[in-house]
Design a protein. Sequence first.
Length: 271
Amino acid sequence: MTFRQLIKGSLFRFEDLKSAKDTPFWKSIVYLLGLSLLLAIPSVYQALQVMNQIKTDSLEIVEKIPDFKIEDGEIKTTKPEKGFIYQTDSIILTFDPEGKRTQKDVEKDLVGNYFSVGLLKNQALLVLPDYGGVSSAMFGDNVLKFSYKQEPFKNMTGDKIRDGLEDWEMPVWTPLVMLLAGIYPSFINLFVTLVFAGIAGMIVAKLRLRRVTFFDCFKTIIFCATIPTILATIILLFQPNFDSSLLITFISLFIFLRVTHYFPKIELPTN
C-alpha cells in the first residue's frame, strides 16, 4: 500500500491502516512531523492575536505619553508633567520623568500575562513574564534595561514613539517563522503522547493474541492519530488551554483497536 493510500485510510478507511506497520519508520516520523505542524497552528494563531493586541494597546498608551525628549541621558518633558501608571489589556506603563519610581517598583507592577514597561527618568525598562524561566533563559533576565545614552534611545521623543508604532507592520513571513518554531514543542508533545499510546496499544494487541511488535503498534498509531489531531487543532483554536493529549490518546487507541482485527494472529499450539 502506498503512503498516499495510508493517509486516505487514516481519514476514511481504518482497515487500510493494517499496512501502516509495514511502512518505513522514517516515513512514519515524517507523517508525525506533519501532524505536529498541524497542532502548532493554534499556538501561532494565539500568538498573532496577542501581537495584534499589544500593538493596539501600545497605540492607546502612547497617546497618554506627553511630549518629551532626552537630554544628558534623562527624560525631559516640554511642560512640567507628573508621572503616571496606565494599564491596558496587555501592558502596564510607568511614565516617571520625576524619578520617583525604581526598577523594583516597575517589576512589582507585572501581573499575569502583562508586560510592564517603564519610562523612568534615566532608563527604560521592559519586564517580561517569566513562566518556567523562559525569558531568563533567552535574555539572561526577565528585566531588560535600556540606557537613554545609547542608540536609539538617546534620540527618542514622544512623537517618534507614536510615529513608529503607527507605521509598524508585522512582516509577512512572521507567521511562517512562528509556525516553524512551534513545530519542535508540538512534535515532542505528540511523540511522547503516541509512544505511551503505542505501549498501551501493544498490550491490548498482545492480549488479543496478535503478532505485532512495539514499532508495529507505534507506526500504526501515528496514522490512527490523524483524525484526533485534526479535532484537537480545531478545539485548540477556540480553547487554548484544552488538554489535547488525552483526546488524541483515547481516540487514537479507539481507532487502533479496530485495526488490530486485521493483524495476524498468534497461532497457539494444539494438543
